[in-house]
Design a protein around this ligand. Structure first.
Ligand SMILES: [Zn+2]
Length: 78
């Protein structure tokens, strides 16, 4: 039995690149670059959603601390 490398990229899953160099070269192809940009977009969108959620939580905490501060301030300076 002979072992061989299989070069497959997610941008073209049904295609098997015959050599390592043809596989590496395809990274500069429009198909691969477009695929990678789409992957990056999805990743960026998920990061943004996570950050928006964090901002919402932090804003809620700031609101609570602000109210506590004004309450304390009023008690100290009636
Ligand atoms: Zn690719």
């Amino acid at each position: 039995m002979q072992l061989s490398h299989v070069y497959i990229c997610k941008c073209n899953p049904n295609f098997n690149y015959k050599t390592k160099s043809s596989f590496v070269n395809h990274f500069r192809s429009k198909r691969h670059i477009t695929h990678q940009q789409n992957v990056d977009k999805v990743s960026d969108r998920l990061k943004i959603q996570k950050l928006e959620k964090e901002i919402k939580i932090l804003n809620s905490e700031v609101k609570i601390w602000k109210e506590k501060y004004f309450e304390l301030d009023q008690n100290l300076n009636p």
